[in-house]
Design a binder for this molecule. Structure first.
Ligand SMILES: [Mg+2]
Length: 170
């Protein structure tokens, strides 16, 4: 197995059949950008927060009309890079298909990885670059991720979801 096959075979990666294998891509975050996670916030009113239920309920999220429209307008291949856990990778892919969200790659948080969203996303971006992808734009609703992208010299567009003013999401 070469390094490229190894990368795609990881539990937290999903590659669409026929997807791009290199070149320009646009990265979209999912929750708060394309998926409306606001209806799941009741899982935070319990102590401790019920993270498993929070992420599992993502399968029922309505799409955000503006984020979905933007994704459909992008002509470059799309990488969905989300801090959702690997346990919901497949349900996330189903949700994207069911809602007509275009994507080439879906990358979520690796199993057992407790690093911050920005640290995890930074490593995944580095992996994409090693595979020959070029990130021409990243879109996210977490300013820490925006700062990470810009620190790598990647243009990044901040979307205001309001989630981070209320909650300490991973
Ligand atoms: Mg988000």
């Amino acid at each position: 197995m070469n390094s490229q096959q190894h990368q795609y075979s990881q539990q937290h990666w999903h590659r669409r059949e026929g997807a791009a294998v290199d070149g320009a891509v646009v990265i979209f975050d999912l929750d708060g950008v394309i998926s409306d996670a606001s209806l799941r916030q009741s899982f935070f009113t319990v102590d401790p927060p019920d993270w498993d239920s929070f992420f599992e309920a993502g399968a029922l999220d309505p799409p955000l009309a503006d984020g979905l429209a933007l994704a459909r307008l992008v002509s470059a291949p799309i990488v969905i890079l989300s801090a959702r856990p690997a346990a919901v990778r497949d349900s996330t892919v189903e949700w994207l298909v069911d809602n007509g969200v275009p994507f080439d790659l879906v990358i979520v948080h690796p199993p057992g990885d407790t690093r911050s969203s920005a640290d995890f996303k930074s490593d995944e971006v580095d992996a994409l670059l090693r595979l020959g992808f070029r990130v021409i734009l990243a879109i996210d609703d977490d300013q820490r991720n925006i700062d990470m992208y810009r620190g790598k010299g990647i243009d990044a567009l901040y979307v205001h979801s309001g989630y981070y003013e209320l909650l300490d999401l991973p």
